[in-house]
Write a protein that binds this ligand. Structure first.
Ligand SMILES: [Zn+2]
Length: 462
């Protein structure tokens, strides 16, 4: 159904719908000429007014060989940046607030395809700002209006930019450089709520696949599984911020993700929910969270392998090989785990770090270590601007002596916690493993910090 808010965009959408058949727009020269005034060269080199090829320059791995799928840390919300090997960019959702500075930091100066999965503020709040700040070629949504000021502002902004071509999210495949974006079928308008009409996308680059589906809940996931359109994927964006209504056993059995990325920040919904975390971990996936890691970039290779970059690595490690690549033989998840420590805690470093978290071990207690177990301790520091719940997290040595942080444990913003090996009264800053002998070897050991879902957060080797 046409809505008042979409009137202006329908006019632009009509010729696109007619041409929509197969490969749309972002690559073939002929189609591009039909759908946009922009010559193809602009996709790769920027327009005359723009600096050349900014997107390509900013990718964190040799950018002409990988598809970048970057889950931007936008707090509680979604914003996923796709960067094709040839430099084209798609942005799927734009968080709640202003993400333009973040995109600029990533070297993004133009968006070829902007997708609003559904019209909730944590997905479209930053979209008007993007449209006002940089060239956008195509805009896609599910065609469903919303009553909020945020939605109206987005529509007004789109109406001010008639050069942006509107695409409704009907099943079709869009080329983004040498990658492909397949739009999956939606439930009919008016049959369900906004979340369950999230635009769901399968992104393919050779054997590498990612599935993004906004805030889909059980109803939509069941629909997609029933249609048989859920492929086996390398990477899954956890639907609905890791809510327990954003996963089903059947959906996970179909998708079989090696990596699940949860786009989540501080929230009052309990996201991510323990049941969802258990489901992802139970499916054997490596779980990465933007509230723990910061930005998470998965760098997909044509052979299905991939690399992972996290936190500051994502913006800063340009072309340096940050993020070890996973093998193309299904061992990528293990490699993903290995990256966490390997990228930052090379031999001789004093601590392992991951997006504002630092872990170090003071292994050599004064005197006889075994008679002074509280003289050895591990320190976990949080240099981020927000508190972090570490309840249920574990800290283990190489011999699997583990300490589990108790219910309510919080690592305060800018603060630290200390885990002593011996016994004592914990106070929320100091914790005690309760052991009568030394745990940390003086001549080398491995400290592994694991979150409540069992995902490795940090590895410190010394
Ligand atoms: Zn949401």
């Amino acid at each position: 159904m046409q809505t008042p808010g979409r009137g202006g965009r329908e006019g632009r959408g009509a010729p696109v719908a007619a041409a929509a058949a197969a490969i749309l727009a972002l690559l073939p020269a002929a189609a591009t000429a039909t759908l946009s005034q922009a010559p193809r060269a602009e996709l790769q080199n920027g327009s005359a007014a723009d600096p050349p090829a900014p997107a390509t320059a900013a990718l964190p791995l040799p950018s002409d060989t990988v598809l970048g799928v970057t889950f931007l840390d936008v707090g509680q919300g979604d914003a996923v940046l796709l960067q094709a090997p040839e430099g084209q960019t798609a942005l799927v959702d734009a968080g709640r607030g202003d993400i333009v500075p973040l995109l600029r930091e990533m070297g993004v100066e133009r968006i070829d395809l902007l997708v609003a999965t559904h019209p909730h503020a944590d997905h479209i709040g930053g979209m008007a700002g993007v449209i006002r700040s940089m060239p956008v070629r195509f805009y896609m949504d599910n065609g469903q209006a919303h009553s909020t000021a945020t939605y109206r502002r987005l529509m007004t902004t789109l109406d001010e930019r008639p050069e942006i071509t509107y695409l409704e999210a009907v099943p079709r495949t869009i080329s983004l450089g040498s990658a492909e974006i397949e739009v999956l079928p939606l439930l009919p308008t008016g049959t369900t709520d906004h979340n369950n009409r999230s635009v769901a996308l399968v992104v393919r680059f050779g054997e590498f696949r990612a599935l993004l589906s906004g805030d889909s809940e059980v109803r939509q996931l069941t629909h997609l599984v029933g249609l048989g359109v859920v492929p086996v994927v390398t990477v899954l964006k956890a639907p609905h911020h890791g809510s327990d209504n954003g996963v089903t056993a059947e959906f996970l059995a179909a998708a079989r993700p090696e990596v699940v990325v949860i786009s989540v920040g501080r929230n009052g919904y309990g996201h991510p929910r323990p049941a969802a975390l258990r489901a992802f971990a139970g499916a054997g996936a490596t779980v990465l969270r933007t509230d723990v890691e910061g930005h998470v970039a998965i760098l997909g290779r044509r052979d299905g392998g991939y690399g992972v970059a996290r936190g500051e690595q994502v913006a800063s490690a340009r072309g340096s090989g940050a993020g070890r690549t996973g093998a193309g033989d299904g061992t990528g998840a293990a490699a993903g785990d290995a990256i966490i420590g390997a990228g930052t805690a090379s031999a001789g470093s004093a601590a392992a770090a991951s997006h504002g978290l630092r872990l170090r071990v003071h292994a050599d207690a004064p005197g006889d270590d075994n008679r002074n177990p509280n003289g050895e301790y591990a320190v976990l520091e949080n240099s981020r601007g927000s508190d972090l719940s570490i309840a249920g997290w574990t800290l283990c040595d190489a011999a699997n002596h583990c300490f589990r942080f108790p219910r309510g444990a919080v690592l305060a913003a800018g603060g630290q916690v200390v885990v002593h090996t011996g016994s004592g009264q914990g106070d929320g800053i100091r914790y005690f493993m309760g052991r009568g002998r030394a745990v940390w070897n003086n001549n080398g050991d491995t400290a592994t910090l694991t979150d409540a879902a069992g995902a490795t957060v940090l590895v410190f080797r010394y």
